[in-house]
Write a protein that binds this ligand. Sequence first.
Ligand code: FDA
Ligand code: NAD
Length: 441
Amino acid sequence: VFEVKHFKYIVIGGGVAAGYAAREFTRQGLQLGELAIISKEGVAPYERPALSKSYLFPNEAARLPSFHVCVGSGGEGLLPEWYEEKGIELILGTEIVKADLASKTIASASGRIFRYQTLIIATGSEAKKLKDFGVQGADAKSIFYLREISDADKLVEALKAKQKGKAVVIGGGYIGLEVGAAMRINGFDVSMVYPGPWCMNRLFSPAIASFYEEYYSNKGIKLIKGTVAVEFEVGSNGEVKTVKLKDGQLLQADIVVVGIGGRPLTALFKGQVEEEKVGIKTDGLFRTSVPDVYAVGDVATFPMKMYKDMRRVEHVDHARKSAEQAVKAIRASEDGKYIEEYDYLPFFYSRYFDLSWCFYGDNVGEPVLFKDIGNADTDDDSKCKNPRFGTYWIHNHKVVGAFLEGGTAEENIGIAKIARLQPEKKKEELEMLGMLYARLA
Ligand code: FDA
Ligand code: NAD
């Protein structure tokens, strides 16, 4: 008979949201032994964004403990000792395989049983796999996905083993662009393949994408758009030799990295909790349909107050803020207090090579491109050393979203304000004001 461990609070998942939840619990006043974080991963919560960026660099690569949460938002890095000091049980290398929300009991793969009073689901996402799309040879050895630190370690090992070889990156989204750049920085001969007519087509307008695509081409990365991989030819050593594309092209590959989207990890709770838009449905306090069960980060489909709809957001800023909101809500409910509903302004960002962009708001309506002309050191944007440009989105006469490449901290705060306040502006005005509008906001 297994011992049943009881905690007042349990967080399932030990990623970004779990780490920020832990800090918020301590801020709100936590007793020793009240909180457990149960994670499949073997390390304390860390800032996942590092994995597709500095973790892969050939020189001065980021390694733990330098990027544990909460360094990504300017806070202190929470090392394993911190959890110990605060009396938080960090149960690592432990996958929860069963959850019974009715009896408030969860069980790990090794048969450990835990009970809680209040549960926070923070299981994040998994990478979609090519084998789910019927791609032949998709389980070959030299095909890599990137979600957890163990995936990143395998990729780093392969980068060393296949030095300066041929790399094929599949997917033109966040992972594709970030890892494609990192592979090029590592000296690989990189080809990127994606089905869309331009990269990052969920967010970028064609004009924004064309800047990055030209920049990548100038860096020597080959971009193959409008097609997908259909088959991998695998050698006798189990490693990929070539990638066959739907359009008939054949690419040599020493290494393949795949980033074709994420899928929220909700299977444990299927049929027990209400779902919406592939996520676990919550209210503005991140309460699910089951009492005492909260869901945060990638898995939560929550009311986006500003846009009056329900959304799921797969980005780190929301993982942090939703975790903090849920913990505040839990503590407030215990004290019979009221807290404001979550009122989130979407914030996404990325970095590749020397580039860095930020986006706030909603990318609906008409995109209005502007350039910071005074700054240009060449007419060819993609060759400019410090490119600075941006886009505002106008919807129903209002500015609802804003994107800046190379913005200063002040300008990035400016576009956040604009996206939050949604001022009325005409296209011509925005084109003329450009960056200045962000600076003055
Ligand atoms: P997260 O994925 O961080 O954590 C989930 C945790 O739960 C993991 O530790 C997992 O092992 C664990 N888990 C899952 N199932 C479990 C189970 N059954 N039992 C126990 N443990 C379980 N966003 C952004 O805004 N800017 C960026 O630059 C990046 N960069 C980036 C790079 C890479 C490589 C990835 C994969 C993702 C990003 N993101 C990002 C997205 C961002 O990292 C993501 O939205 C947050 O990490 C989500 O936080 P969560 O805590 O919800 O999940
Ligand atoms: P994504 O959704 O950003 O991009 C998926 C890409 O794969 C798209 O270009 C899409 O067209 C392409 N694609 C889809 N199906 C395909 C198929 N069958 N074959 C080939 N290409 C296909 O997802 P991602 O880049 O894999 O990122 C995974 C998760 O990690 C997401 O939640 C993302 O938000 C997160 N992430 C975020 C950041 C960031 O915010 N800077 C960085 C890395 C990862």
